[in-house]
Write a protein that binds this ligand. Structure first.
Ligand SMILES: NC(=O)c1ccc[n+]([C@@H]2O[C@H](COP(=O)([O-])OP(=O)(O)OC[C@H]3O[C@@H](n4cnc5c(N)ncnc54)[C@H](O)[C@@H]3O)[C@@H](O)[C@H]2O)c1
Length: 372
C-alpha cells in the first residue's frame, strides 16, 4: 500500500504523523512510504532519516494527497487539506469532529474513509491513542509548574524538592487518571510532597497499591479540596468527565485562601478547564495571574516537546497503522472492534455515534460501513 505523511500545517504544530522507525516498519511490511519534505523537522527528523528508513521524499503535500492510499497525520485536516481528500483514500489522524461541524461535513462530502485516533479503544475501556498525550501532558505539568513557581516568573519562589532543613513544595493533583498519575510521579520524583484527589475509590486504591508512600491519596470532596488548596504551592487540574466539559472545582473566591504566588496548572483546559479563572493560553505566553495566583493553561501542552510527543504517539499508532496497511481498512476494522471504534466517516456517511449525537446528523453503523 502507498502510505503518505504530509507536513502538519496547523500553527505551532511541530509533531509529525510518521516517525522514521514507523516508516522503516511499514517498508519492511512491503509498503511504499512517501513523506513530505521537512515534515519531520519540528520533531528532529530530517529527510535523510526517512530516506535511510526506505521512504521517498515528496516535494509537496499535493503529491502526498494525490498518491497516498493511506494518509497518516497528527492533527485534523485543515480546509486546504480537506479539499485534497478523495473517495477510496483512508485518513488516519486526530479528528475531534464533535465540536467541528465544518470539518465533519467536508469529510463526509469528500468520500474519504477517516479513522480518528481519539475514538480508537482498548480492552480496558481506555483510549490508547489519547493516552500517550495525557502521559506527556501529565509529566510536563510539574516541570512547567515548577518554572512558574520561580520568583522571576511570578511565582512564590519555592523549590520543588526543598533542601536539607527546608521543606519541599506542596503539590495537589486533582484527578488521578492518566494525566494525574504521571503528574504525581514526576512531582514526587522532584522531591515535592504530593497529594492526589479523585472521586473514584477504585482509582485511589490502584494508586495506593502501585505507588505506596510516594504520594498520598484523598477522596475528592469540597471540604478536602478547600483544606488542601490552602496548603498548596502548586495545583494540577487533571479531571475528566468523559463527554462533558470539566467541572469548575476551584472558584475565584477560593484563590483568596491560597498562598500568594501559588501556581495552578490547568491541564483540563482543553475541556474548558477545572478552575473558574482559567482561560486557554499558548506556549508563547503561557502564564497569567488572577488575584496573585499564577495560572498555566496551555491547551496543547505536548506541543512543548514535539520530539518526545511524536515518538510516544508513533509507538501507539504503529500497530494500527500496520494493520490498516497490511489488511486494508475494511479487513482491519472487521478483525479489530477497537480499531473499528475509530471509524468516524466512510464514503459519504458519518459512522461515529458520539459525533452524530453532538451534531444531530444521521449515522451509518460502522458494521454496515464495512459492507458499503
Ligand atoms: N492541556 C493538554 O495539553 C492536555 C493533554 C492531554 C490531556 N488533557 C486533558 O487532561 C484531562 C485529564 O485527562 P486524563 O487522560 O488523565 O483523563 P482520565 O479519564 O484518565 O482521568 C480523569 C480522572 O478525573 C477523575 N475525576 C473526575 N471528576 C473528579 C472530581 N470531581 N474530583 C477529582 N477527580 C475527578 C476521574 O475519576 C478520573 O480518574 C482531560 O481533560 C484531557 O482532555 C489535556
Amino acid at each position: 500500500m502507498q502510505i503518505g505523511c504530509p507536513r502538519e500545517i496547523k500553527p505551532q504544530e511541530f509533531r509529525v504523523g510518521l516517525t522514521p522507525n514507523a516508516a522503516r516498519e511499514a517498508v519492511a511490511h512491503g509498503h511504499a512510504v512517501l513523506v513530505e519534505t521537512g515534515a519531520g523537522l519540528g520533531a528532529g527528523f530530517d529527510d535523510d532519516a526517512y530516506i535511510a528508513a526506505g521512504a521517498r521524499i515528496a516535494a509537496s503535500a499535493d503529491e502526498i494527497f494525490a498518491e497516498a492510499e493511506l494518509v497518516v497525520k497528527v492533527k485534523e485536516p485543515l480546509a486546504q487539506e480537506r479539499r485534497r481528500l478523495r473517495e477510496g483514500q483512508v485518513l488516519f489522524t486526530y479528528l475531534n469532529l464533535a465540536p467541528d461541524p465544518d470539518q465533519t461535513c467536508e469529510l463526509i462530502d469528500s468520500g474519504v474513509t477517516a479513522i480518528a485516533y481519539e475514538t480508537v479503544t482498548d480492552d480496558r475501556g481506555g483510549l490508547p491513542l489519547l493516552a500517550p498525550m495525557s502521559e506527556v501532558a501529565g509529566r510536563l505539568a510539574p516541570q512547567l509548574g515548577a518554572w512558574a513557581l520561580q520568583k522571576a516568573n511570578g511565582g512564590r519562589g519555592v523549590l520543588m524538592g526543598g533542601v536539607p532543613g527546608v521543606g519541599p513544595a506542596e503539590v495537589l493533583v486533582i484527578g488521578g487518571g492518566v494525566v494525574g498519575t504521571h503528574a504525581a510521579r514526576i512531582a514526587a520524583g522532584m522531591g515535592a510532597h504530593v497529594t492526589v484527589l479523585d472521586r473514584s475509590l477504585l482509582r485511589l486504591r490502584q494508586l495506593d497499591e502501585t505507588f505506596g508512600a510516594a504520594f498520598s491519596t484523598r477522596y475528592s470532596s469540597e471540604g478536602t479540596l478547600a483544606e488542601l488548596l490552602e496548603r498548596a504551592d502548586m495545583v494540577v487540574g487533571a479531571v475528566l468527565i468523559p463527554g462533558a466539559t470539566a467541572p469548575k472545582l476551584v472558584r475565584r473566591a477560593d484563590l483568596a485562601r491560597m498562598k500568594p504566588g501559588a501556581v495552578l496548572v490547568d491541564v483540563a483546559i482543553d475541556q474548558g478547564g477545572c478552575f473558574e479563572t482559567s482561560h486557554p493560553t499558548t506556549h508563547e505566553d503561557p502564564v497569567f495571574s488572577v488575584d496573585g495566583i499564577q495560572h498555566y493553561c496551555v491547551a496543547n501542552m505536548p506541543g512543548a516537546v514535539p520530539r518526545s510527543a511524536t515518538l510516544a504517539l508513533g509507538n501507539a499508532t504503529m500497530p494500527f497503522l500496520l494493520a490498516l496497511a497490511d489488511k486494508g481498512w475494511r479487513q482491519a476494522c472487521a478483525d479489530d472492534p477497537h480499531l473499528r471504534a475509530g471509524l468516524n466517516v466512510h464514503a459519504g456517511h458519518l459512522t461515529c455515534y458520539a459525533v452524530g449525537l453532538a451534531q444531530g446528523i444521521d449515522v451509518l453503523s460502522p458494521h454496515l460501513a464495512l459492507k458499503a
